[in-house]
Design a protein around this ligand. Structure first.
Ligand code: 5GP
Length: 215
């Protein structure tokens, strides 16, 4: 029997966390390890940080373009985070899912809620927490050295981190990121298990009929 016909529905894998909890590192590692995983590149109105690439980290667009995309129903979800707008372009996600690929999203709790409303069955959500507030503060301060943020901006991030974390209980899974390698393994385990969920294995009934018919 040709097992390549065992079709599976692609899933939408959402990782959310306060900034500085390790989400970007985990996303990158999963992308390297999983050939059939695609990343959703968001659009944003915020200015590009040093080292970021248009089309890779984000699509950096202006507010009128962002509004046009909303009006044209080209955003799967969108939200205001800090003082900027962020949104998920619809087309690449739909294309990947229709090809049976999985898509990973780095979006906040507002976007996660919107995706849950439209596609709960295809959604798997993971919240990443830092191991302690001291560690989170340390990571935010280290990052601020690179991005040259002011003390006020750092304090603003810490406040946002706290409000983002208050939404952890809306997620399917929680990973406390004490050790990055262990956390990557945990995220991979979730992905592997979710891929085996029966309702995602759309080709199984034909396969099982074949098995039964052969007896
Ligand atoms: P940053 O500006 O640090 O790259 O991202 C700030 C926050 O915006 C992060 O918590 C990130 O998860 C969130 N974010 C990034 N892209 C999207 C998006 O497309 N939709 C939503 N709702 N949030 C996003």
């Amino acid at each position: 029997m040709d097992l390549s016909n065992l079709k599976r529905r692609g899933l939408m894998f959402v990782l959310s966390s306060p900034s500085g909890a390790g989400k970007t590192t985990i996303t990158r590692a999963l992308l390297e390890r999983n050939e059939e995983l695609r990343v959703s590149v968001s659009a944003t109105t915020r200015t590009k940080r040093e080292g970021e690439k248009n089309g890779k980290d984000y699509f950096f667009i202006d507010i009128p373009t962002f509004n046009q995309m909303i009006e044209g129903d080209e955003m799967l979800e969108y939200a205001r985070v800090f003082d900027n707008y962020y949104g998920t372009p619809r087309q690449p996600v739909e294309e990947a899912l229709s090809q049976g690929k999985d898509v990973i999203f780095d979006i906040d709790w507002q976007g996660t809620q919107q995706l849950a409303e439209m596609a709960r069955d295809d959604l798997v959500t993971v919240f990443i927490l830092p191991p302690s507030h001291e560690e989170l503060e340390k990571r935010l301060r280290n990052r601020a050295l690179d991005t040259k943020e002011t003390e006020e901006q750092i304090l603003g991030r810490m406040e946002k981190a706290s409000s983002e974390m208050s939404h952890y209980s809306e997620y399917d899974y929680v990973i406390i990121n004490k050790d990055i390698e262990t956390s990557i393994e945990k995220a991979q385990t979730i992905l592997d298990a979710e891929r085996m969920k029966r309702h995602r294995l759309t080709g199984t009934s034909t396969f099982v009929r074949g098995l039964m018919g052969g007896l």
